[in-house]
Write a protein that binds this ligand. Structure first.
Ligand SMILES: [Zn+2]
Length: 277
């Protein structure tokens, strides 16, 4: 597998093109153009960046006459941070310097189109975050386990949200059969869900199959989060809620994923098996 390539998004207007914009107004200027991939799968097409490959290939001849020059986004971001963003939050940073009290733990995908705080219209200090490829909860993953443990046990968040999204490259990869190296190991829980729900997924076109598997993955993540004793204790003692969402990258809308009510027997079995003290 080739190393990760960064998506090219030359159509985006430079963030700094306008002054006097608030931090959140800026995000509204960043239009993610809807695009479709016209070429079929090939060996050069990494499943996680499938949608961008066509763009890259045709970039020089097709866009050279129609798009503004590319901007160094890190450089412009650094300038914006200093001149606009930090000053606009001056008061907020006085209190943030003393600590955080986020209500929400967000577990989402690393995808650049899913910036949780922006999507929710919230601010620094509001959301404690863990993001990885395809928002997968692995039982043995030290990183997500530590984040959950700290957010629940120390920060006492009142909500854990696990959020999947449409057009997820990780989910798409798990629905395909290309060898990806270490990513294959990471995506194993998704492949397991694919196997368990094969007949359902095979009836769907690829776009809907991605959404379906993303939903199943969110529900699987919720189930695994509820196998952690620190979570079960907080649910019991202070009403911690664990819920699921799907974010539509083409509309910007979030919707709830509901696995249905657990029976009393299921709840009892879960608490008996996983709650330790
Ligand atoms: Zn994703």
């Amino acid at each position: 597998m080739a190393s990760f390539q960064l998506p090219v998004k030359t159509l985006l207007r430079p963030v700094l093109a306008e002054s006097n914009v608030s931090a959140f107004a800026v995000s509204r200027h960043v239009h993610h153009q809807r695009r479709s991939c016209h070429h079929h799968h090939s060996h050069s097409c990494h499943p996680l960046i499938k949608q961008n490959n066509n763009k890259r290939k045709n970039q020089t001849n097709h866009f050279s006459t129609t798009t503004p020059q590319t901007t160094d986004k890190l450089q412009s971001g650094l300038e914006f941070n200093k001149s606009h963003w930090a000053p606009s939050y001056a008061e907020k940073f006085a209190s943030l310097g003393n600590g955080q009290q986020p209500q929400i733990l967000w577990i989402g995908c690393s995808d650049s189109r899913c910036p949780e705080t922006t999507i929710l219209g919230l601010q620094p200090g509001d959301v404690f975050v863990h993001r990885n490829i395809a928002n997968i909860i692995h039982e043995g993953d030290l990183s997500s386990s530590c984040v959950i443990d700290f957010a629940v046990g120390a920060l006492k968040v009142s909500q854990i949200v696990i959020c999947g999204h449409t057009s997820c490259g990780g989910v798409n990869a798990a629905l395909g059969d290309s060898k990806l190296g270490v990513l294959d190991t990471w995506l194993l829980p998704l492949r397991k869900l694919r196997a368990q729900n094969l007949s359902t997924l095979e009836k769907l076109d690829s776009k809907n199959a991605i959404v379906k598997l993303a939903e199943l993955n969110v529900l699987d993540g919720i189930a695994k989060i509820k196998e952690k004793s620190v979570v079960l204790e907080a649910m019991e003692q202070r009403g911690l809620k664990v819920s699921g969402l799907i974010y539509d990258v083409a509309t910007g809308l979030l919707r709830t994923v509901d696995g249905g009510e657990e029976s009393q027997d299921e709840i009892k079995a879960r608490l008996t098996a996983f709650k330790t003290s």
